[in-house]
Design a protein around this ligand. Structure first.
Ligand code: ZN
Length: 214
């Protein structure tokens, strides 16, 4: 019965107006996922962090501000922003995540302008030293490739990129305007299940996939 294949669904950039809808879909399939969240210090934002946590999903740090020009100036600037989100999460859900995803991924080039060409290696080392594990992805849903990506493109991208892989980390977005991600989600889950994947949430010692190794 078990094929040993594992899918880690990940949602970046939330919480958003779609968070509850995503949670509803995940619940209907009994699937756990990982939310790499940013800072949302409002009553609604705080409540959404709690709902993600209470539903049994993992929360990961995706920086507080998600502003490349601020966070990628230096490792110190990056860690300061990460700690700001840690603090907000500790106040709301009671813990500081030890899993992290870099805005843009660990090999993004947008960081070069504020921080210089070697900035991502320095930042990656800094997060490791502080005990965080970081996760890029080996399956992109392509939902960030267009403001509103075609629903079937998302489904096809996940299905074809997951073929032949045993462990997959799927990049998706929890963002108010990403309505097709939500529409694609139940179909994506169904197709991955049919392909023999079980679902899990990430933790520090999970399978990881890193574009850049520090
Ligand atoms: Zn992001």
């Amino acid at each position: 019965m078990s094929s040993g294949k594992v899918a880690y669904l990940t949602f970046d950039d939330g919480p958003s107006e779609n968070t509850r809808k995503i949670l509803r879909v995940l619940k209907s399939f009994g699937v756990r996922a990982t939310f790499f969240v940013v800072g949302s210090d409002t009553a609604e934002g705080r409540s959404l962090y709690k709902e993600i946590d209470a539903a049994g999903h993992a929360l990961g740090n995706h920086s507080y501000s998600h502003e490349y020009n601020r966070i990628y100036k230096s490792p110190e600037a990056f860690m300061k922003d990460v700690h700001k989100l840690d603090q907000l999460l500790e106040e709301t859900v009671g813990y500081r995540p030890d899993i992290l995803r870099f805005p843009g991924g660990s090999n993004n080039h947008l960081s070069w302008k504020p921080g210089g060409k070697g900035i991502m290696s320095k930042v990656a080392r800094a997060v490791k030293v502080e005990g965080y594990q970081y996760f890029d992805w080996n399956v992109s849903s392509t939902d960030a490739a267009a403001p509103v990506q075609d629903r079937d493109m998302i489904i096809d991208a996940v299905t074809s990129a997951s073929r032949g892989k045993k462990s997959i980390i799927v990049l998706m977005h929890d963002s108010t305007y990403k309505t097709t991600t939500l529409e694609a989600l139940p179909i994506v889950i169904g197709k991955l299940q049919a392909a023999g994947f079980r679902f899990d949430k990430l933790n520090k010692s999970s399978f990881t996939f890193q574009f850049l190794t520090p």
